[in-house]
Design a protein around this ligand. Structure first.
Ligand code: ZN
Length: 447
């Protein structure tokens, strides 16, 4: 039975799929979706029961346009489903495990076969390939859950790679980078940012051919620090441990959806697709995750599909950058919501950012604390301009306190928490359409 499951080949992933016309690729994706959904219905107890209960049947699905007929799932549902979300016919010894740290909510353990992991890994390597990475490049990765311990034969035999680990001191990390003469650097956004900052602090830099951070929202000041330290434009990858790459920046800086491996929808709170260009929640279906399917899986991120096109040669459709996680949106006393992206840009008209790092703590809709680490050429006038921008956006009732700190805490796995929500549930009830899915008062990392 398992032999009938299809997987894309290496040439398909690297060369053929990204160049196929959207229509041709769409036909393949539709066929793959039908197969995956049929498989989930026949083999996975959780999906069979859930869909029977909600009245969905695989015969109702012809392709991507019918996805809204399938009820969505989220992390909590998958975690609670336990073993019933696994294909019982796959022997335990064939399975590998991916786990999230649990800093962005609840931890989830994903089980995948070697073949399934290979598809994810190749799609990740593809995203690096399209920003200029080549197998003969000396390549350093900042270790994260993205790169699995079991490297493929190709990577092991051909590629010159080294790893950095968050537990290494910055001295060790810089030593690895220099002595290995790395020209490529990829991995955890938070870790790469700290490394970049340390290089600049020492008045040095390490030029790279390519730089690919992933795992957290890449804030403008982080991007700038990396650009200065590595003399290379960071190419961001947006994804999730559960699913792998969802979209990634090409040479032109546009985010292409990983469209041959992932069906991405942007939906409103009822699960209905919103028009291109309009923001909504990101919902993904991994097309080659048979063992533990994630079908219409809500990521709790807010983004938009793009109406723009890209001339880089990759035909995959475009997405706008993720605006933040749902919990990162800040309610105002007037009852509307402010995107975390607004806070990334408060110094746009202040003649440069006066802060190296920051986070915002919201204790009540009208009570904000802006903690910051001052820039070397700190200007209190520029800081005040930023605070004024926040006050204008949140309204006159809002109190904004700026507090200087020596550092902003980072989670052990290198994620930065830029929005800390300490709101009581009753402060936000009814304000955010997705509130039934979130817990107020929980600190959420940027990604
Ligand atoms: Zn492009």
């Amino acid at each position: 039975m398992h032999d009938e499951l299809t997987f894309p080949t290496l040439p398909q992933i690297f060369l053929k799929s990204p160049r196929r016309s959207p229509e041709a690729l769409g036909r393949t994706v539709d066929a793959q979706l039908r197969m995956l959904v049929r498989h989930a219905y026949e083999r996975i107890p959780f999906y069979r029961d859930y869909w029977k209960h909600t009245g969905f049947h695989p015969d109702d699905l012809t392709g991507r346009t019918d996805l809204p007929a399938i009820p969505m799932v989220d992390k909590d549902m998958i975690v609670e489903a336990g073993q019933s979300v696994l294909d019982p016919c796959v022997p335990e010894e064939e399975l590998d495990t991916l786990s999230t740290s649990g800093t962005s909510g609840r931890a989830i353990t994903i089980r995948r076969t070697i073949r399934e992991l290979r598809v994810s890994r190749r799609s990740y390597l593809r995203s690096l390939f399209y920003v200029g990475a080549r197998p003969w490049h000396r390549f350093v990765t900042f270790a994260s859950t993205w790169l699995h311990s079991k490297r493929g034969l190709f990577v092991r035999k051909i590629c010159k790679t080294q790893h950095l680990f968050p537990k290494d001191s910055l001295d060790q990390q810089i030593e690895t980078l220099k002595s290995f003469r790395a020209v490529g650097l990829a991995g955890q956004t938070g870790g790469l940012y700290l490394l970049a900052r340390e290089l600049l602090r020492r008045g040095t830099h390490h030029p790279l051919k390519f730089l690919a951070p992933t795992g957290a929202t890449l804030m403008p000041e982080m991007r700038q620090t990396m650009r200065d330290a590595f003399l290379s434009e960071p190419r961001d990858l947006y994804g999730a441990v559960e699913l792998g790459a969802v979209s990634w920046q090409c040479r032109r800086g546009n985010y292409h959806v990983d469209a041959d491996r992932m069906a991405v929808e942007i939906v409103d709170d009822a699960g209905k697709p919103v028009p291109h260009g309009q923001t909504g929640q990101v919902v993904c279906t991994g097309l080659y995750g048979y063992t533990m399917p994630l079908i219409r899986y809500r990521l709790l991120d807010v983004a938009a599909l793009s109406v723009r096109t890209c001339d880089c040669g990759i035909q995959f459709p475009l997405m706008e950058p993720v605006q933040g996680r749902i919990n990162d949106f800040l309610p105002t006393p007037q009852g509307d919501l402010v995107s975390p992206h607004f806070l990334f840009h408060i110094f746009d008209h202040a003649g440069g950012s006066p802060v190296k790092e920051w986070r915002v703590i919201q204790r009540a809709p009208e009570d904000l604390t802006y903690e910051y680490v001052p820039e070397d050429d700190f200007s209190s006038a520029a800081l005040e301009k930023g605070m004024q921008a926040i006050r204008e956006r949140f309204g006159a009732k809002t109190q904004v306190r700026a507090v200087e700190v020596s550092s902003i805490p980072m989670t052990p796995n290198g994620k930065r928490t830029c929005i800390v929500s300490q709101l009581r549930t009753e402060d936000v009830t009814g304000m955010r359409p997705w509130d039934e899915a979130v817990t107020a008062g929980m600190a959420q990392p940027c990604n």
